[in-house]
Design a protein around this ligand. Structure first.
Ligand code: HEC
Length: 128
């Protein structure tokens, strides 16, 4: 009981600042997908990392509010990356097609419901 209480207290303390940071940074790792060889229950699995990309929202650092980063591919991943220019393919595609600011909330039904309830969908976003 004491261990559980301590664990959840610690988790709560850590999760508050973590949630603030995570709300501003989106990461994506591209991975190799393989299919299982089991005939009765075929499935797809993600394996090695192909590339790591990120998008960061920070109106104090970036003129366009959002910046996109590429941390490299495969075995040549880098610890740092410079933001792409504001007219990069990343910025243009995300700004044009994403449902909430630059994020693709439309592919996550639970998030989409919250965005609809809070009226934060981009005016350019039209489902279907
Ligand atoms: C042609 C359109 C297009 C381009 C160009 C593009 N993206 Fe995306 N990006 C997407 C879509 C669609 C998703 C959502 C995929 C999903 O959720 O499965 C996505 C998801 C992401 C995510 C996960 C967070 C989110 O918003 O859902 C990151 C991070 C990301 N992209 C970074 C980048 C970076 C960095 C570049 C440029 C090197 C880039 N993207 C270029 C369409 C694009």
């Amino acid at each position: 009981m004491l261990i559980q209480f301590t664990y959840f207290s610690a988790y709560f303390l850590v999760s508050l600042p973590a949630a603030k940071i995570i709300s501003r940074v989106g990461y994506r790792s591209r991975r190799i997908t393989i299919s299982s060889r089991r005939r009765r229950r075929p499935a797809l699995f993600q394996t090695q990392i192909l590339a790591i990309e990120a998008e960061v929202k920070d109106e104090t650092r970036f003129k366009e509010k959002w910046a996109f980063f590429d941390f490299g591919q495969g075995t040549s991943l880098r610890a740092t990356a410079k933001p792409f220019a504001g007219d990069s393919a990343c910025n243009v595609c995300h700004a044009k097609n994403a449902a909430v600011e630059n994020t693709f909330v439309q592919f996550y039904p639970t998030l989409l419901e919250v965005a609809q309830a809070k009226h934060i969908l981009n005016s350019s976003y039209h489902p279907n």
